[in-house]
Design a protein around this ligand. Structure first.
Ligand SMILES: [Zn+2]
Length: 351
């Protein structure tokens, strides 16, 4: 096998996994490896996982927290709303996991606040982590906590996860369905978009309703980004992007990251580990056709989804890139998809 380019990934949920890890020292477990998760240091090294957006995700009360197990996606209602005090407690726990991994890593893991930071970390082989929040339930309407999280390193926000909050509305995990399945941004959501633009915090549209997407498209001065969503024409999940949404992403010089969650890849919308890599290539082909070779990357959803067994975890990333090569993608395109496009998109957003 010829060498493959390092991968910068648009989405993972490893921080939630570490916060839920009941072992004595989850941070040491991440660095040492050997556990069941999709991403740890040895798996990252083995698969060429060089960094990515590390999400803080706070599950709703009484919701399942293990999204890597099979579950019925056919008609799931929206999860309940998450109170701000609980969201802040869970957010603090997950950000602490990120900071403690960095502190204990002896330079092998770096929290990055700019593309210069990412490039420097990748150049020395240190995992480059950008702090992201998936669902802004921890934020107050006045956005005071946004300043606090920005100071802690936050550079990317999905205003909503797949539920309702004070900023807007997310899409439920329902199949098949259009993403036009609820209202758009609230007034507070519109203020959040303006504040993110002013602070150069990237706005992620992966879980938002189609109306919310168009509200952001109208208001935001930044490129439109869906960090971990696929193509609705191939898999009719509301988590995937319509042709019109993909066109808007292209026209804004934005970005879309391929989600490995099998329910967002398969034509039948099922979450099944025995999903062929071929369906991932089909989504990539369709994304490239819709938004161009410079606006497609990876948004694995590692540690947050049931992914194809053929990849298994971060150590299996070369399986996907070899499949792209077999399919005829040349080295330049492989490098763009692996990290080049994400780094240039982040230049255009967080700077
Ligand atoms: Zn997600």
């Amino acid at each position: 096998m010829t060498s493959l380019p390092p991968v910068f990934d648009g989405h993972n949920d490893v921080l939630l996994r570490l916060a839920n890890d009941a072992s004595a020292d989850p941070v040491a477990g991440f660095l040492k490896g050997g556990g069941p998760g999709h991403i740890d240091m040895p798996k990252a090294r083995a698969g060429g996982f060089a960094g990515g957006l590390f999400a803080v995700f706070c599950p709703s009360p009484n919701e399942a927290t293990n999204f890597t197990a099979p579950r019925d996606m056919s008609n799931t209602p929206l999860p309940p709303e998450l109170p701000m005090d609980l969201a802040r407690r869970l957010t603090a726990h997950q950000i602490a996991m990120l900071l403690r991994v960095e502190a204990a890593s002896d330079g092998a893991f770096t929290v990055c606040r700019s593309v210069a930071d990412i490039r420097a970390a990748m150049a020395k082989g240190s995992i480059a982590a950008v702090l992201h929040i998936e669902g802004a339930e921890a934020l107050d309407e006045d956005l005071y906590f946004l300043d606090v999280l920005y100071a802690a390193g936050l550079r990317s926000i999905g205003p909503v996860w797949s539920r309702t909050n004070i900023f807007g509305h997310g899409v439920p995990f329902r199949f098949p369905h259009s993403p036009d399945i609820g209202p758009g941004l609230t007034e507070a959501g519109k203020r959040l978009v303006a504040a993110c633009n002013a602070k150069r915090i990237m706005i992620d549209l992966s879980h938002i309703t189609e109306r919310g997407f168009w509200d952001v498209a109208e208001l935001s001065t930044a490129p439109l980004v869906a960090t971990h969503s696929n193509v609705h024409a191939l898999t009719a999940s509301p988590r995937n992007l319509t042709a019109e949404q993909l066109k808007a992403i292209r026209d804004s010089d934005g970005m879309v990251g391929l989600n490995f969650a099998t329910g967002f890849l398969r034509p039948d919308g099922l979450m099944r580990a025995d999903t062929e890599i071929e369906v991932m290539i089909r989504h990539l082909d369709a994304m490239i056709e819709a938004v161009g070779e410079t606006r497609v990357g990876i948004g694995s959803d590692f540690d947050g989804a049931l992914i194809p067994a053929a990849i298994g975890d971060a150590s299996g990333l070369p399986v996907l890139f070899e499949a792209m090569r077999q399919h005829g993608y040349d080295d330049a395109l492989l490098t763009r998809i692996a990290h080049g496009n994400w780094l240039s998109l982040l230049e255009r957003t967080i700077g």
